[in-house]
Design a protein around this ligand. Sequence first.
Ligand code: LIP
Length: 257
Amino acid sequence: MIDDIEKIIRAAGNIMLNRENLIIKTKGTRENIATSADYEVERFLRKKLTEILPGSSFIGEEDGGEGEGKYRWIVDPIDGTANYARDLKVSTISVALTENGTPALGFVYQPYTDEMFRAEKDKGAYSGNNRIHVSDRPLANSMFCTSWSAYKKERASMCFRISERMFPLCEDIRRFGTAAYELCLLAEGRIDIYYEASLQPWDFAAGALIVREAGGFVGSVKEKESYDKECPIIASNRKENFEVLEKIVSEEMFRLS
Ligand code: LIP
């Protein structure tokens, strides 16, 4: 079934790359947008993925959820929509299949570079046909991927404080604007530590499985990540680095409250 899913996701990537007559609209705030391609990709994936797994349910960022049952697809049709709207060519399709609420399969596809990341629970993480693994860099040599809460700017000051405290401890900071891709870059050992204040399950469900299967550590703050609601997400190559960031995030979250 993995080959069939990848074929479907690549076909969705072709839909995403076709920008003719693209329509862009806001979803509440000026920073939170959706494009006609988001809807087209999601509707294509909803049809094709529920066809190959009869009885499975589906939840997507744009059209929401339907159905119940043991298997559920959790899909972000275009993760990094703001990048996509500007044709920055760093956006991904994120597809997770959960079994009884826990990710069993995860796929993240970057159509601009034809990078297909995938993981199956307890069977490792891959980029194409290559097995991938997190880096072994110490915190001082770590590249830190994060964001500053563009969708909810009331949390921006907390996010900047966390970045200000992390910056002297790590090597440098990067922001790619697609959580799914950043988690895959961590799984592949190209970046090393990651935090976002608030992600929806469709942003991280696939990427979190890929990180874990690549030997990394991922979760929320002092608890496991939730697949039912938005939550903060922390990930790292090493447990001790994860714990340093988790402590800083927890302290700054407490100050905000
Ligand atoms: C985006 C994430 C990104 C985050 C944005 C947004 P979207 O997902 O991938 O990392 O910082 O706020 O949530 O909305 O483009 O699917």
